[in-house]
Design a protein around this ligand. Structure first.
Ligand SMILES: [Zn+2]
Length: 298
């Protein structure tokens, strides 16, 4: 047992067990983030990040949702752009994580703020204590007072969780497809995107299949809000596609960016940091999307 190395967690700095066996993939057991793997490339990116706590929050949340976090550089832009930041968002997220921790054994959750502030995507213990105070003031949780808490979700809290779940579209079966509307792109949808969405158990909503293809109206925004995730095929680089993808990102939806490899050089500068699948044919697009949806939508 004494050959276990220890050192600061590469994400949050907490003293952790370093279980890495290679230089390419680092493996940590951090009391604040939990057990996670991270590529060396991603670690270098995180080191220069001012909002490291968002990555820590994401890793912790993956644990709460019973997944095994493995952080790659290509995931980071998405993680950062969809992480909660405002007080009300932090309250909702903490409540959802508490709910997941209370199941299947319904009972109080013991919380140590110094190690558990990652559960609320918080930057530090002070912010976390404030978020709990707000949840208590709203009557969503009951707890003993700081420095450590035994948190229980109240009936009001359970009602709020039901509301958020609907708002969050966590149970939605709809996948929104944002893509250029002209006929020349039909194959991309019919042979690549649509079969991939159906193969993974979702129902596609293609904006151009419904009325005016060029107009982004309230109906489109409503359909994005109802969707579980969004596929943005930016081939042809229509502004509406980038707009719809940006709107989805702001709502916290997972966005899959795809593009015909031949059209790669025209990708919008501002979104290039998001991971794109550059496909060479529709079979490849379909296969990549099936892998992506399977790995990211649970
Ligand atoms: Zn950590």
């Amino acid at each position: 047992m004494n050959n276990v190395k220890s050192g600061p967690c590469v994400v949050c700095g907490h003293r952790s067990e370093d279980l890495s066996e290679s230089f390419e993939i680092l493996f940590f057991n951090c009391p604040r983030c939990g057990l996670f793997r991270i590529t060396y490339e991603a670690k270098e990116f995180v080191e220069n990040l001012s909002e490291k706590h968002l990555i820590s929050g994401f890793i912790r949340e993956e644990h709460v949702r019973r997944r095994k976090p493995f952080i790659k550089k290509s995931d980071l832009a998405q993680i950062i752009s969809t992480a909660p930041r405002e007080v009300l968002e932090l309250m909702d997220r903490l409540l959802l994580n508490l709910q997941a921790m209370m199941i299947p054994k319904i009972g109080p959750v013991a919380i140590a703020p110094g190690e558990d502030y990652s559960l609320g995507y918080c930057e530090n213990e002070e912010v976390f204590n404030y978020i709990i105070e707000m949840l208590r003031a709203d009557g969503f949780v009951k707890s003993s007072t700081s420095p450590s808490y035994n948190l229980t979700v109240t009936p009001n809290g359970w009602r709020r969780i039901r509301e958020i779940s609907t708002e969050n579209r966590m149970t939605s079966k709809q996948a929104f497809v944002a893509m250029a509307a002209a006929e020349e792109y039909n194959q991309i949808y019919l042979e690549g995107i649509e079969p991939a969405i159906r193969a993974t158990g979702f129902d596609p909503y293609l904006a151009k299949a419904h009325k005016d293809p060029r107009m982004i109206d309230n109906r489109i925004l409503r359909e994005i809000r109802k969707s579980r995730f969004l596929i943005a095929d930016v081939t042809g680089h229509r502004q509406s596609v980038y707009f719809e993808a940006g709107y989805a990102l702001s709502l916290g939806l997972v966005v899959f960016w795809t593009c015909d490899k031949k059209d790669k050089k025209n990708c919008a500068f501002d979104t290039r940091q998001f991971y794109h699948v550059f496909w060479q044919n529709t079979d490849e697009l379909k296969a990549d999307l099936i892998d992506f949806i399977g790995a990211n939508i649970h």
